[in-house]
Design a protein. Structure first.
Length: 561
């Protein structure tokens, strides 16, 4: 527990102990006493009738000797009321191939041929490569979270059962992203559920080399692998300790997130192989959970050595001595030069937090079996991450080597000749590009949803987002739909019914333990028939999960290293 001190003298109404909330002489907005600091709401949404407590510090600044170290309890700071007015996001980086991937998706949407696409060559970088202008909110001191709480929940705090809590973990390839989504649509959707209204929380976590460096040398020098997962865990434990001060129930917490956020949730469910007690949440909604599985110590070591080289450093101690500006630059340069479909950084098997790949841990029963799960994926997860210049069997095998650098030759042969054989007329895919995209979609994203269903004895709720073009990430605008007319663009909310249904599925699951939406057929559990709720532009109906197949069974064995 954080220690508590005296209440600020500016308070005009005080209920006594740490944990009280009140208004002070400088603002009509409420202040919540967290014990270690006083936090005033940054604003009030008149339409949705909710308060936004922005940029609450949940951990000490991860700088100096705390760079590459697990998150620590923040120091007590009660001299002033924190207003959350200064926005913070963690240092970001985007691989150079990302621009080509966007162009590829545009061509696919327009029906333009991609056959003339030249192979991508990563840029050569060195310390003289300029760092582009940075978002002014970027700071290593970025471990903050937001709490959005409806007015009536805050007002009734302490009177009866606390409210359900939704906690968002953002995606972005583990190298980008931030907590700053607008939850107004979700909060409104929660009001459509019996005994509605939820509290919404979103946290930042460290990214890129600052959050995901690993490897034998790095860890031997005192560095902690999977720091992003540790940050998320610390924030989730903060929710367990403090959310009651906002009127929330720590025993009714649902964590949800897309892409890297969904992949992080799977790592949280399987954290420590299930050997360190229950997860700090009771329910989970992983959406398109994904990560590039890295289990090889050699691969981790080479990534670490590459970071040292680009930073002109020889050890972890050198990296910790870098100025913040130089640490951010080294991260940017190393990720910028990543090969196609690689972000260089993300979750790894580290022997502690992630003793094995989550799919293996789920198969072995080494996870928190008491978490209730609703999980979703999109129809076309793979295209964004598939090099467009794959045209031959040799190209296909080379792309496999790129994705899984240390894959044994027998495994590569089995994938290329049996699991994903060359295209044939009327098959699952018609071109070499589609073949590779199909593989990436299953291996990196969609099979993960199947692993969860099997691990929980088919007692999960599974859905498929198939509104065309149903590319990876296009469901996020539906999750955060704020109202208004349909948007006919491929990246907009084309079907309002689907958006509202998805939001009500998420919020009703958070509040009642089962997804339900007005006017939509019953959302049944996965069951032995592998049932999936299909969210399509023309209808919302039930289909069989195409991930219930032998290919996913093979990927779960992690025979790629």
């Amino acid at each position: 527990m954080r220690s508590s001190g005296s209440i600020a003298a500016a308070a005009t109404l005080l209920l006594g102990a740490a944990g009280a909330w009140y208004t002070d002489s400088e603002s009509s907005l409420p202040v919540v006493d967290l014990g270690y600091q006083l936090q005033r709401a940054a604003g009030f949404n008149e339409t949705g009738r909710f308060y936004n407590f922005s940029n609450i510090r949940y951990a000490a600044p991860p700088v100096g000797e705390l760079r590459f170290a697990p998150p620590q309890v923040p120091e007590e700071n009660r001299a002033n009321v924190n207003t959350g007015s200064e926005g913070r996001i963690c240092p970001q980086a985007t691989p150079a191939w990302g621009a080509e991937a966007v162009q590829l998706l545009t061509k696919l949407l327009l029906g333009v041929s991609i056959n003339d696409t030249e192979p991508f060559v990563p840029p050569v970088v060195n310390w003289s490569t300029p760092l582009p202008r940075q978002d002014p909110r970027i700071s290593e001191d970025c471990l903050f979270l937001d709490v959005f709480v409806p007015e009536d929940i805050l007002a009734s705090k302490g009177n009866g059962t606390g409210a359900a809590v939704l906690v968002w973990i953002y995606g972005g390839g583990y190298t980008g992203g931030n907590k700053n989504e607008n939850p107004a649509g979700l909060l409104a959707a929660s009001g459509n559920v019996t005994d509605g209204n939820v509290i919404y929380v979103a946290m930042n976590y460290r990214l890129g080399s600052l959050g995901w460096t690993s490897g034998p040398s790095y860890q031997a020098e005192g560095g902690t692998a999977n720091l992003g997962l540790h940050d998320q865990r610390f924030a989730l434990e903060w929710v367990q300790e403090y959310i009651h001060l906002f009127g929330g129930d720590p025993n009714r917490v649902t964590v949800f997130g897309e892409s890297a956020g969904g992949g992080s949730i799977m790592h949280q469910i399987t954290a420590y192989g299930g050997e360190k007690g229950p997860a700090p949440f009771q329910q989970a909604v992983p959406q398109s959970p994904g990560w590039t599985p890295v289990s090889s110590n050699l691969q981790q070591e080479l990534t670490y050595q590459g970071l040292l080289e680009i930073a002109n450093a020889t050890s972890l101690a050198d990296l910790r001595k870098l100025s913040s500006e130089d640490a951010i630059k080294a991260n940017y340069l190393h990720i910028l030069s990543a090969p196609y479909a690689s972000y260089r950084y993300g979750p790894v098997v580290d022997g502690t937090f992630a003793p094995q790949q989550p799919g293996q841990l789920l198969a072995q029963g080494r996870f928190d079996k008491n978490v209730s799960v609703m999980v979703g994926h999109n129809t076309n997860e793979g295209p964004y991450f598939t090099p467009p210049y794959i045209r031959t069997n040799e190209d296909f095998r080379a792309s496999l080597r790129n994705a899984f650098p240390y894959i044994p030759e027998p495994s590569l042969d089995y994938i290329a000749e049996d699991l994903y054989p060359p295209p044939v007329q009327g098959g699952l895919y018609q071109t070499q590009f589609e073949r590779s995209s199909f593989l990436i979609g299953e291996a990196i994203f969609t099979c993960n949803t199947y692993y969860l269903a099997k691990a929980y004895n088919n007692q999960t709720y599974n859905y498929l987002f198939s509104v065309p073009p149903a590319f990876h990430g296009l469901d996020v605008p539906y999750t955060y739909y704020e109202g208004g007319a349909p948007d006919s663009s491929p990246t907009g909310v084309r079907n309002v019914t689907v958006a509202r249904a998805l939001q009500e599925f998420i919020t009703s699951f958070a509040m009642e333990g089962r997804p339900d939406a007005d006017g939509i057929k019953e959302f049944r559990m996965y069951g032995p028939d592998a049932r999936v709720m299909n969210l399509n532009i023309t209808s919302i109906d039930e289909v069989r999960d195409r991930n219930a197949n032998r290919r996913c069974d093979w990927w779960q064995k992690a025979l790629y290293f």
